[in-house]
Design a protein around this ligand. Structure first.
Ligand code: NAP
Length: 249
């Protein structure tokens, strides 16, 4: 699939969450197809590693939970915007969720995404072409015990994608959300270390007894960033190896 994908030569891409996991894999995939990526996350060293794997990229170490920094430091001239950043959070029941817990997720997953979209959309309108790819979660659709704050932020992100799809389609700008279940990546490895057996339990409930890898998600994301995806707009696309067909959470 990787080599069959249409090239993105000449496109500029902003990828958040690019210091590891899905965001890193997406940055590498977009770079391999010829896009020039700008990488955002807080960890400057990890971003430098991603840039190396991209064969060169611009790095922008930034805390996306700081709205002033987002407004001040994120440039606007991008053809592609992929929002993969999302803070780690603690699963807890709603009555114990604090305002700070909620704000931490909403600032990165919703406010930063919307602010960056507001910045890049005029450029995309001028170019009469653009792609926005948001990384959502099955939790945003199905809910999960203890995940209320995260889940509502991911549901809002999907809504943002639909609004952009409706308002900017006439400029050949599309926006879509990839709805992920558990990914066979770094986060799951950490969960397995903390809760041995967690991976096997998830696999057991996945129809094909497998889960997507970071690279497989990146292949779908980079297809969505190409010309070939033009008819797909305002969609929420499950990338979960079918885990969305049962409540895996
Ligand atoms: N992995 C899964 O099983 C799974 C399942 C469903 C949905 N998802 C979604 O898929 C996306 C990627 O997941 P992942 O597993 O790759 O996550 P991850 O490994 O935890 O990476 C999250 C990324 O977000 C960045 N980030 C977090 N807080 C930030 C902040 N305040 N400012 C700037 N950057 C920030 C992190 O970088 P720094 O720490 O360097 O800032 C990191 O690059 C996320 O949106 C996640 O919600 C993942």
């Amino acid at each position: 699939m990787t080599h069959a994908q249409p090239p993105l030569t000449g496109k500029t891409a902003l990828v958040t969450g690019a210091s590891r996991g899905v965001g890193r894999a997406i940055a590498v995939a977009l770079s391999a197809r010829g896009a020039r990526c700008t990488l955002v996350a807080r960890d400057a060293d990890a971003l430098a590693t991603t840039a190396e794997r991209c064969g060169g990229a611009d790095v922008l170490p930034l805390d996306l939970s700081d709205p002033d920094a987002v407004a001040r430091d994120v440039p606007d001239a991008f053809d592609l915007f992929v929002h993969a950043a999302s803070p780690m959070f603690e699963y807890k029941k709603l009555h114990t969720v604090t305002r700070d817990d909620l704000d931490a997720l909403l600032h990165v997953n919703v406010h930063a995404a919307a602010a960056i979209c507001r910045g890049v959309l005029p450029h995309m309108m001028l170019r009469r072409w653009g792609r926005v790819v948001l990384i959502g979660s099955l939790g945003g659709r199905l809910g999960a015990r203890g995940g209320s704050a995260y889940d509502l932020s991911k549901a809002a992100l999907e809504s943002l994608g639909r609004s952009i799809a409706i308002e900017y389609a006439r400029y050949h700008v599309t926006a879509n959300t990839l709805v992920l279940g558990a990914i066979d990546g770094e986060r799951l490895a950490q969960r397995e270390a903390a809760y041995p057996g967690a991976r096997a339990k998830l696999l057991e409930r996945a129809p094909g007894r497998r889960l997507p890898t970071d690279e497989q998600v990146a292949d779908v994301a980079s297809w969505l960033c190409s010309d070939a995806s033009a008819p797909v707009n305002g969609a929420s696309i499950d990338v979960s190896c079918g885990a969305h067909l049962g409540n895996v959470w």
